[in-house]
Design a binder for this molecule. Structure first.
Ligand code: ADP
Length: 273
């Protein structure tokens, strides 16, 4: 084990072969168990720079776990994940851990923005302070520079007039947009979204999706777990349908959503529509 740690070149037969660039994320045969429970059973996925990939699938199919593996919040116990050419930590067949140094893990995480279902803003900080926090504390950016950038980012997510508001003074949709601005403040090369709108009142979902759509249009590489079919249809370059820890089917949104090839996909889509 370990001999195959060089990132494999894109295969000529892969569906993404039309793109010549290297993938930003390459997951090969990723496995993850919690105790005896095999949650991921060999996930393959390439995400190319600028691509928006939507992960669909029933609750419990492993979508969140997979995102957490990409971000090294979980260590995988089979397969490999590369992010921007760097091999992420993994356990080999003998259970031996091959971890990056803490420093390298921290460096990788800084470059991957994650937005959760719950916004997790610091309640005692204003919107502006929330967005400034990581650049100042983690990256050592000067306060004036961080403030100017935070103002720009809050403007970008439509909250230029709410910079001095505390989370409790903002709606769920506004808080989630602050959370997106906060992730962007670290200038991530990849953004992971885990059901970013599922905790929101229905009338607030649109404003968050609109911000994500803009982000996609600006070329951000994104992996998004969502049940919002309109977002998948309009924004995703590719959708990946997962069930019970495997990728059942993947393709262009119009193909997978309008013309699913597998019974499991059809059944899932009929339930959420
Ligand atoms: P999804 O995001 O598709 O709903 P998850 O990745 O959250 O799926 O969960 C997949 C399965 O893994 C579930 O059965 C869940 O209970 C289990 N699981 C997730 N995290 C843990 C954990 N830390 N410990 C034990 N089981 C977990």
């Amino acid at each position: 084990d370990g001999a195959n740690d060089a990132q494999p070149r894109p295969s000529a037969t892969a569906p993404v072969a039309a793109r010549s660039d290297e993938p930003l994320v390459r997951a090969v045969n990723v496995m993850k168990s919690f105790g005896k429970h095999e949650v991921l059973k060999g996930i393959d996925l390439d995400v190319h720079p600028g691509e928006v990939v939507v992960l669909l699938g029933p609750s419990g199919s492993g979508k969140t776990t997979f995102l957490r593996c990409i971000n090294q919040l979980e260590t995988i116990d089979g397969g490999r994940i590369w992010v921007d050419g760097d091999l992420m930590g993994y356990a080999d067949k003998g259970g031996q851990l091959h971890r990056l140094t803490d420093r390298k893990i921290a460096a990788q995480r800084r470059e991957i923005g994650m937005v959760f279902q719950r916004f997790n803003l610091f309640p005692h900080m204003t919107a502006l302070e929330n967005v400034m926090e990581a650049p100042v504390q983690v990256k050592g950016v000067g306060k004036a520079e961080a403030k100017a950038e935070a103002e720009r980012l809050l403007e970008r997510v439509g909250l230029g007039d709410k910079t001095k508001h505390y989370p409790s003074q903002l709606s769920g949709g506004q808080q989630q947009r602050v959370a997106i601005a906060r992730a962007l403040a670290m200038q991530p090369k990849l953004m992971l979204f885990d059901e970013p709108t599922s905790a929101l009142d229905p009338e607030l979902v649109g404003e968050v999706l609109a911000v994500m759509k803009e982000l996609a249009k600006d070329g951000m590489t994104m992996v998004v777990v969502t049940h919002e079919m309109s977002f998948a249809r309009d924004v995703a370059d590719r959708v990946v349908f997962m069930d019970a820890g495997v990728v059942v089917e993947t393709g262009a949104p119009r193909d997978v959503i309008n013309n699913p090839q597998h019974e499991r996909t059809r059944s899932f889509l009929s339930r959420i529509r």
